[in-house]
Design a protein around this ligand. Structure first.
Ligand code: SAM
Length: 208
């Protein structure tokens, strides 16, 4: 079931011409940790900037997004990426098999807490042993925190819904699910875009 109320926002966003197509600094920073031929599932791929990049680096990519328009536009470009219109918070167990990596950039902060918890639990069950989960998302120290209408703890809607993370909480949640954290950081230099000086956490963890 597709339930995200922000879907019209993202459809409009991806129909615009002026989008960043080069890979994100997060993708550039992790690509050397990936092994060619292994399978990566991307949660919330948007215009596919990172999916295309991983594909060009020999990774098998399945890329999910709720935005019909984003997926349709991405499919027009030549690549080996399997783009699928799909709500990543509602994936059945064994719907995608043999996943070596799960990658989420700026998508886990787009969803409500209960959906986030269900998603990370799904990742913990579906990722192969020693598989890696890569996360980049905004934190409560982001300048956008507190802007717009408050929807829940740490969650606001301005142009669209964002729930800002507390890195220590996330690390605890991941450890409880059996992940070992191999990298964690929070800073404001990793993901700046124009005047959006995002403060982000980056977490890399391994399924034990
Ligand atoms: C801020 S964009 C990030 C896109 C891309 N990862 C990037 O870094 O450029 C967030 C994306 O998550 C997608 N999204 C949000 N909730 C989703 C859900 N429940 N299932 C699938 N995609 C979702 C939106 O459609 C949007 O494309």
């Amino acid at each position: 079931m597709i339930s995200n109320k922000d879907n019209p926002y993202w459809n409009k966003f991806y129909s615009k011409k002026e989008l960043v197509h080069k890979p994100s600094s997060f993708a550039l920073s992790i690509v050397d940790e990936l092994t060619k031929g292994k399978k990566l599932l991307e949660l919330g791929c948007g215009n596919g900037r990172d999916s295309f990049f991983f594909d060009q680096n020999g990774i098998k990519v399945i890329a999910l997004d709720l935005s019909k328009d984003a997926i349709a536009i991405n499919k027009l470009k030549k690549s080996n990426v399997n783009f699928i219109e799909k709500d990543f918070t509602n994936i059945k167990l064994d719907e995608y098999l043999n996943i070596d990596y799960v990658y989420s950039r700026f998508s886990l902060h787009s969803i409500e807490k209960k959906d986030y918890l269900r998603t990370i639990e799904w990742v913990s069950k579906q990722l192969k042993k020693s598989g890696k989960f890569f996360i980049e998302a905004r934190t409560v120290n982001d300048p956008l925190f507190g802007k717009g209408e408050k929807m829940a703890d740490d969650a606001y809607v301005d142009t669209h819904y964002r729930r800002f993370f507390r890195i220590k909480e996330v690390m605890k949640e991941l450890k409880t699910l059996g992940f070992e954290i191999t990298h964690s950081s929070e800073n404001y230099t990793d993901s700046w875009y124009k005047d959006d000086h995002a403060v982000v956490m980056r977490i890399i963890c391994e399924k034990k």
